[in-house]
Every structure is written in C-alpha cells, then in structure tokens.
Design a protein around this ligand. Structure first.
Ligand code: G4P
Length: 530
C-alpha cells in the first residue's frame, strides 16, 4: 500500500489527565472496542499506586509493566491507532512532556466532580504551547458532579481552551439518563450496566419531536431543549480546522467505567483527529509524505534485568517508511546503523516488524548509542526540535560513596541521564555534580538503579535551588553579562549538553537578577524560539 494511504490511516495520540480522573479506564475501554484486549482489568496494573511514594521496588515493578504498555496499538474500523502511554504520577511529569513531542493529538480526561486539577493544567499548557489538537472527555457522569456549564467555564478559564460541544449530558449522577450526541444527532440511553459494550442508541435529529418526552421524561426533555438552545447561542459549532490548529477543543461527556460515551468518542476521534503531522527540524519542516525516512527518539527504557544492560529506544517515525535491516544515519554520531530486530507494539505484545510508517513507534534495542532527542534519517543531516528540558523542582548534590567504583558511578549517571530519568548539572566553580528531578521519588530510583545495574553507590546532599534558568549566549564581551557571570559565579553550572545554566536559589533572587541584568536572557526551558 502506498505511503500516503498508510499515513492517512494512522492516529497517534496520548491521553492526559490528573491521576484518578479515569485515564487508565478510558484506555482500557478504547482497547476493548478495538478488540485488542479481551477483558477489563488488563491495563489496570500500569499505575503507580497512590501510596507508593517511597517504595522503589514498586517503581521497578511498574517500570517493567510500563515497557509493555508504553505504546498500545490497535486497529479500529480501517484505522491504525497508536496510544502513547503517559505516566500520570507527577514525579514522572518530564516523561509525559517528552511523550507529548511524539503525539499528533491528545485526549484530555477530566473528572466531572473534581473539575480541572493541577496536573491537567500543566499538561494542557504544554499541549497548548505546541498547538497540539485536543479533545476533552468529561468523565464519571454516573456520579454527582459539577454543573456542566460551570465545568465548561472552568475548562475555558483555567485551561485557556475554546470549547465546542460534541455531546451534552441528560441529567447527572443518580439522575443520569444519558447523553445527547450533538455530533451524530442521537440519544444514548444510560442503562448503568458496564458489561454492555454498546448502549441503546436512538437516532434523534429533531429535538422538538414529542418522542423525546417519552424517552427521557417531560422534565429532562424540557431541560435538554433549553440547554441545546443555550449551547447553540453561546458555543461555536465544531470547526475541524480550528481543532487541528489547536484553537478549538471539542468536548464529550461520558462514563469510562460504564463504557458510556466511549464509542462516540472513538468514532468521532478517528474521523476528526489528525493523521501524522509535519514536524519541525532545526533545518526545515519535514512532511510525513516525504519518501525519505526520518524519525526521532522520544523515550529510552532500560532493561530491568541487570545482566542485559541493553535498553529500548522508542522512535517515532516522522516521514517515509522505516525498514528492517536498512542502513540509517544516526545524525548525532554521524554513523550509519542497521536494525535487525526493530519492534512494533501492540496492546499486549511486541513483535519484530519489517516495515513501519509515519505515526508508528518503533522500539530498537540499544546498547548506549541513543539519547533522547536523537534523529535518524536516510542521509540528510536533520535535527528534530522540540524535546526541551524543563527546570527540575528538586536539586541535590550527588556524592560517590565508594571511591573504588567511581568509573561505574559516572557511567551509570551518564546513562541514566540519557534515558531522561533526571537532569545533571555540573557546577562551574568546583565541578561538583548536582542532580535535578521533577519529583523526590527519582532520587531513590537513581540510587537503586546505580546500585543494581552499575554496582555503584551514591549519597545525596541538599542543594537549595529554586529554579534552573538556561542562559542565552549573548556577547561575552558585554559588560553586563560579564558582571552577571562574575557575581553569580557560585550559581552557574553547565547542563549535559554544555549549555550554561543559572541556578537561582530563591524566587526573590531570581527576580532581583532579572531586574539587575536586563540584557541577560534567562529561559525556563532548555530550548526556546529566537
Ligand atoms: P487514572 O488512570 O486517570 O489515574 O484513573 P483510573 O482509570 O485508574 O480511575 C480512577 C478511579 O476512578 C478508579 O477507581 C476507576 O474505577 C474510577 N472511574 C473511572 N471512570 C469512572 C467512571 O466513569 N465512573 C465512576 N464512578 N468511576 C470511574 P478506583 O476505586 O480508584 O480503582 P478500582 O478499584 O476501580 O480499580
């Protein structure tokens, strides 16, 4: 089949939410529809339990599971759907940010009772900045929750979105009758039986018909008509181009647990969601339909077995066709590589594939050649953009606890940083190494993995930093820049790519620095647009 046909079939997306909003449940129901799994509960284990904040054995166990569920692919109607798993645990937010560079769209899950929560805000902000098309799924309608219009206001205000309604609930919680599907013009009646895959759907294009009273009762019928009139007056109708540009977000209501509203979501998703999108490289914009293969590494997963220190590098194919045993250029290392056993991922298994298309994820066994952000091409020198590091939230000195094992320690740190487990900063003044993480949990993971995979041991020491700010290289002769470097010497470091970083020790000192040295440009991510 032609490349063009294959890529039009593909939908590669991620589901994002605050923990407990229902991401895992929704994923599972989508897989059930695709026939990719047979029973509920199959995806359930891929979750870091709430109480597990300091149990790294649990983390290790989870790491094993999450390899298998990193990419969940299935066919639905004639589409190939790739769901990229994003960890919900906030300590792994960085991992989620990186995965978002490989998706073509996202579904945002919101709990109807809790509304917009902290983690959702952060993740949606990243998607908004990147103009990623988003669909919102408001979940748990079988429970008592916020008023639908209040919740939509909250979504618009807190998340900065512009919604368009694809469906609207009829009642809620105890009184939940079903959903009116504005997109398909039908009513879906709620039976409350989670075992039923497809609910009773009644086509209903004339909302004024007296039949409505018979189905949902006079009170709900009147309310639904009023609500639809209000929606018509207040919210814009669906505009696919605006959705694709990231300026409008369609909203669905449902209950993932009850498998309610999920088919509607999926049916609409495959119609409107984008097939693989063009991607910016430093050199140029690459179209997925170009015949030459290009792709980039967005995730690296270490093998859990310490005897096999190989890792799995996840590559998103951006353009062309990826073929087994064909030589590709590893741009950063400037060398050609062939892959004899690339993996494709399906819901419950991975298997060796001969060919992959844009939108697909290929897993490659790696012995240390790849870093997150690396680009593969046929020959062209290209560097894909858009895998920035964000400022970590925790910082600690890392010390070698066993002087005989310093080589192992450095190798271990180096490889864990390539995987993106945490960020390493080297202080300019004395060369001491500082590890920055998004969550405190990673320190235990690092210590545990250094010990078990590299035979090295480390200790930590507190290092009070408020934020890491990347310093834009300005004219080194600029007196203000020179003065900044001199005065702030103690707080200057280099990141792993040798970029200069200012480690501000408090919000106050950061503010003072910005005011005192206005010509010094500080950035809160490691990549920025000039
Ligand atoms: P997450 O991946 O976003 O963290 O959420 P997950 O799907 O695990 O769902 C969190 C909890 O919310 C689960 O309950 C799940 O059963 C429940 N849930 C998901 N969708 C719905 C829904 O539509 N309605 C209702 N009422 N509940 C829903 P739990 O008790 O934490 O876990 P479990 O004991 O059910 O496994």
């Amino acid at each position: 089949m032609s490349l063009q046909k294959e890529l039009l079939k593909r939908r590669t997306f991620g589901i994002i939410s605050h923990p407990d909003a229902g991401k895992t449940t929704l994923t599972e129901k989508l897989l059930l529809f695709g026939g990719a799994i047979q029973e509920a509960g199959a995806v359930k284990n891929n979750k870091i339990k709430k109480g597990a904040t300091s149990d790294f054995m649990e983390i290790e166990r989870q790491r094993g599971i999450s390899v298998a569920t990193s990419v969940l692919a299935f066919y639905y109607k004639d589409k190939k759907i790739n769901i990229l798993d994003t960890p919900g645990h906030k300590d792994f937010a960085e991992d989620t940010f990186r995965t978002l560079t490989a998706v073509d769209s996202v579904i945002v899950v919101i709990d109807v009772a809790k509304g917009v929560e902290e983690q959702t805000e952060k993740l949606v902000e990243v998607c908004r900045m990147r103009q990623i098309p988003m669909i919102v799924f408001i979940n748990k309608l079988d429970r008592e929750g916020k008023d639908a219009f209040d919740l939509l206001d909250e979504v618009e205000q807190k998340l900065g979105l512009h919604v368009s309604l694809m469906s609207f609930p009829i009642g809620m919680g105890y009184d939940f009758k079903g959903i009116y599907n504005i997109w398909e013009k039908n009513i879906n009646l709620f039976s409350g039986d989670p075992k039923k895959n497809i609910e009773d759907t009644i086509a209903f294009d004339n909302i004024d018909s007296p039949e409505l009273e018979k189905i949902i009762g006079a009170r709900q019928a009147g309310l639904l008509r009023d609500n639809l009139e209000l929606i018509d007056g207040v919210y814009p109708s669906f505009d696919r181009q605006a959705y694709l540009n990231g300026t409008q977000q369609p909203v669905f209501f449902g209950s993932a647990l009850n498998n309610f509203g999920v088919r509607e979501l999926l049916d609409c998703f495959i119609e409107i969601a984008p097939s693989p999108r063009p991607k910016k490289a430093e050199e140029r914009l690459v179209e997925p339909s170009e015949s030459q293969m290009t792709g980039f590494v967005f995730k690296i997963h270490a093998n859990m077995d310490p005897k096999h220190r190989d890792r799995l590098a996840f590559i998103k194919i951006v353009s062309g066709t990826f073929e087994r045993n064909k030589p590709y250029l590893h741009v950063r290392q400037d060398k050609k590589m062939k892959f004899s056993s690339p993996n494709a991922f399906f819901a419950e298994k991975k298997e060796i594939i001969d060919i992959s298309y844009p939108g697909d994820i290929v897993g490659i066994h790696d012995t240390g050649n790849f870093k997150i952000g690396d680009t593969l091409t046929e020959n062209e020198v290209l560097h894909y953009k858009g895998i920035p590091s964000f400022s970590p939230e925790h910082f600690r000195y890392i010390n070698n606890a066993d002087p005989l094992k310093s080589k192992q320690l450095f190798k271990g740190i180096d490889q864990l940083m390539d995987e993106g487990v945490a960020q390493l900063f080297t202080l300019e003044l004395n060369g001491r190494k500082v590890i920055g993480t998004v969550g405190a949990l990673q320190y235990e993971v690092i210590q545990y993995r250094l010990q078990h995979e590299y035979g090295a041991s480390c200790t930590y020491e507190p290092f009070p930093v408020y934020k890491a700010c990347w310093v834009e290289a300005t004219d080194p002769k600029n007196p203000e820049f020179k003065e900044f470097l001199r005065i702030k010497q103690k707080f200057m470091a280099k990141d792993k790519k040798n970029q200069l970083v200012f480690l501000a020790d408090s919000a106050f000192s950061l503010q003072m620095t910005i005011e005192k040295y206005p010509s010094v440009k500080l950035h809160f991510t490691s990549e920025w647009d000039e």
